[in-house]
Design a protein around this ligand. Structure first.
Ligand code: NDP
Length: 253
């Protein structure tokens, strides 16, 4: 995507990123901060999250807020509690990037352990729903809120072996479409990003044989992440965007 954001694109915007400790989420948090946003970092690993927090502070940007939340164990109540506490610290959320995700195991569905199925659904679908429900009031306090989900090419066309992960990403696309319809006359847009093959820990575990150097880095796919959080996308809703349009799904060639 060719997008040239203004350097103050996200000034005065407050954006929450899940899975901000690593990979694409870490890069998104750093990028949003660089473009002026006050960021709220969510993750399960305090040490890793603190490192991202320190990197953002070192940029001389607004000090991020940091919250530990393990999406494998959250409940509707703990998400409501989290949102309640957050509302004491920030007046609104202008953006939420649901980025945290779990791959599970790449095996045929017939062999997939039910526990793995449940873990993947818990993190990728249930926790995303619980958190969204809890954060909607803060998002609706913004005059132009942006809710972004993270999809995958296997969330559009199923692929053998991708089991629970693929099904969870179909559910993510569905959640985005339902919410986009429900809020189409309000000040909240709802969209998905499919990052496409990107050089991260998750990608390496899905394709251990792949030459990672042939993949885009998280930094290279940031234009769409910026576009969807800034005013240029104000009228876009209900869309599943590709961070790498034209890229063929599957291993890098
Ligand atoms: P990484 O594995 O590099 O990062 C995943 C992030 O999610 C980490 O911050 C991780 O935390 C966090 N996370 C995982 N489980 C939990 C949990 N239970 N509670 C809280 N946080 C959790 O993955 P990517 O950056 O590659 O993936 C980001 C998103 O992009 C995912 O939704 C993925 O499905 C999607 N995606 C990625 C593609 C790729 O090629 N990389 C392609 C298509 C989609 P921790 O640091 O503690 O592990």
């Amino acid at each position: 995507m060719h997008y040239q954001p203004k350097s103050d694109l996200l000034n005065h915007r407050i954006i929450l990123v899940t899975g901000a400790s690593d990979g694409i989420g870490r890069e998104a948090a750093l990028t949003y901060a660089r473009y002026g946003a006050q960021v709220i970092l969510l993750g399960r690993n305090a040490e890793k999250l603190q490192r991202v927090c320190d990197e953002i502070s070192a940029l001389g940007k607004a000090t991020p807020l940091m919250r530990i939340l393990d999406l494998a164990t959250v409940t509707p109540e703990s998400c409501q509690q989290f949102a309640h506490e957050l509302a004491q610290q920030v007046p609104r959320l202008d953006g939420v990037l649901h980025n945290a995700g779990l791959l599970g195991e790449i095996v045929p569905l017939a062999e997939l352990a039910p526990e793995v199925w449940q873990q993947v659904m818990r993190v990728n679908v249930d926790a995303t729903f619980f958190l969204t429900q809890a954060l909607l009031p803060l998002l609706l306090n913004s005059d132009s809120g942006s809710l972004v989900f993270t999809s995958s090419s296997v969330g559009r066309v199923g692929r053998s072996g991708w089991g629970a992960y693929a099904v969870s990403k179909f559910a993510t696309e569905g959640m985005m479409q339902v919410l986009a319809e429900e809020y189409k006359n309000r000040n909240l847009r709802v969209n998905c990003i499919n990052p496409g093959g990107t050089r991260t820990k998750m990608r390496a575990s899905a394709f251990p044989e792949e030459d990672a150097q042939k993949l885009k880095t998280p930094a290279e796919i940031m234009p769409i992440y910026l576009y969807l959080m800034g005013d240029d996308s104000r009228r876009k809703t209900g869309i599943s965007f590709d961070a790498q349009p034209g890229r063929k799904p599957g291993p890098a060639e």
